[in-house]
Design a protein around this ligand. Structure first.
Ligand SMILES: *Cc1c(COP(=O)(O)O)cnc(C)c1O
Length: 393
């Protein structure tokens, strides 16, 4: 019994690769090679060196003393907000750009919603001197202009997706179309633990450096490798997958996944995918997704752009269905208050995505000697205007 992936690319009933025949060769090439390549010593050395010297790892595991006093428990923050480009996403893009290089690919494509994954991808393409094309919904291009400027400055071409709702899912469709048309030289960097097998597993393994470091750092600080709780926000699920990874099969470690309830789970404006979702197929993966009764994907909403994905990665769908992880949904208002609280209590302004994870402290009583690790997935600089508008700062 394991909560990790099986040899067919499934987590329980979720996962797999449900893709058009035109994509089969690309995905199959990756599936056959990703484990072999990522286990080579030369790959591992290069990955570790870049994580250390370029991304700034290991990130600290910080004992939040004032927050711990306030909630009468032991709270540690895993500081992914201190990574280069401001969030955990860089761990994955470094891993995948190395994978692309080892596969001999010269042209990189990606899709982005808020622009964070686009920036992380443009960053590693500049690092490696590879051509980079980022698909982005026309509406998102207008909403996220600073990130568009960053991508351009890093040398990427940003191509607008003008169909449908002109947001993330349309950008994803454009990227897939590009990949079908350019199967030989192009590598598609997916930004979370979503998409067809082997992407969810590959991304989870690249992000697993987070829980690997948590174990070593906790051993040093608490004399034990395993916390009592790990809490992480979930959009597609990559920072949570990384923070949970080495604890998945140790049921003494309780896992809490936090989704965005937006304006309320049943308000019609939320991204509480596991609660509201039904089994279906999105971006090549069988998982839980928000859909209308006739199976159309519904537009998600959250105040944090990084959490408004209509599906959830297959690992998390299985953690939800098996009850291995507890899923909580946090509203915009609750997340914003928690972001402000973290700023005033610890001197850290979190990304609004990450702020959702902190709102759990108000929902669940922890015991005084519980060790609670919270994934602080990103920093709040990018969200300053949202904080300003919300709190009238
Ligand atoms: C993108 C993003 C997320 C959501 O993505 P996951 O794949 O669920 O981790 C969470 N936090 C931050 C700071 C992000 O940028």
């Amino acid at each position: 019994m394991t909560y990790n992936i099986d040899k067919n690319g499934f987590y329980g009933e979720f996962g797999g690769a449900f893709i058009p025949e035109m994509l089969y060769a690309n995905v199959e090439e990756l599936r056959q090679n990703y484990l072999k390549i990522s286990n080579e010593t030369s790959f591992k050395t290069e990955f570790e060196n870049l994580l250390r010297d370029f991304a700034g790892r290991p990130t600290p595991l910080y004992f939040a003393e004032r927050l711990s006093k306030k909630y009468n428990t032991k709270i540690y923050l895993k500081r992914e907000d201190l990574c280069h480009t401001g969030a955990h996403k860089i761990n994955n893009t470094i891993g995948q750009i190395l994978m692309a290089k080892h596969l001999g690919k010269t042209r990189i494509i990606a899709e982005t919603g808020a622009g964070q994954h686009g920036v992380a991808t443009a960053t590693v393409c500049a690092l490696m001197g590879l051509q980079c094309i980022v698909y982005m919904g026309e509406i998102d291009i207008k909403r996220q202009s600073p990130n568009v400027a960053r991508m351009k400055m890093l040398g990427a071409e940003v191509r607008p997706a003008t169909s449908g709702s002109k947001t993330l899912k349309d950008a994803t469709n454009e990227a897939i179309r590009d990949w079908i048309n350019n199967p030989i030289d192009t590598y598609y960097i997916i930004g979370s633990v979503v998409g067809p097998h082997p992407y969810p597993d590959m991304v989870a393994k690249f992000q697993s450096v987070i829980s690997d470091e948590i174990q070593k750092q906790l051993l040093e600080k608490e004399g034990r490798e395993n916390p009592d709780y790990v809490i992480a926000c979930v959009g597609g699920g990559s920072n949570a997958a990384g923070a949970f990874y080495h604890f998945l099969d140790n049921e003494n470690v309780k896992l809490i996944a936090v989704e965005a309830a937006g304006k309320g789970i049943h308000s019609g404006e939320s991204a509480a995918t596991s609660v509201l979702g039904k089994v279906g197929i999105i971006h090549g993966s069988k998982t839980l997704l928000m859909q209308s009764p006739d199976g159309q994907i519904t537009e998600p909403y959250s105040i944090s752009a990084g959490l408004d994905y209509p599906g959830v990665g297959p690992m998390h769908a299985n953690l939800y269905q098996t009850k291995r992880a507890e899923f909580l949904a946090i509203t915009d208002d609750e997340a914003m208050q928690s972001g402000l609280e973290l700023a005033k209590t610890e001197g850290i302004i979190p990304a609004i995505e990450s702020a959702h994870a902190f709102a759990v402290l108000d929902k669940k009583p922890f015991k005084p000697d519980d060790v609670v690790v919270i994934s602080l997935s990103g920093r709040g600089d990018k969200d300053l205007n949202t904080y300003i508008d919300y709190f009238k700062l």
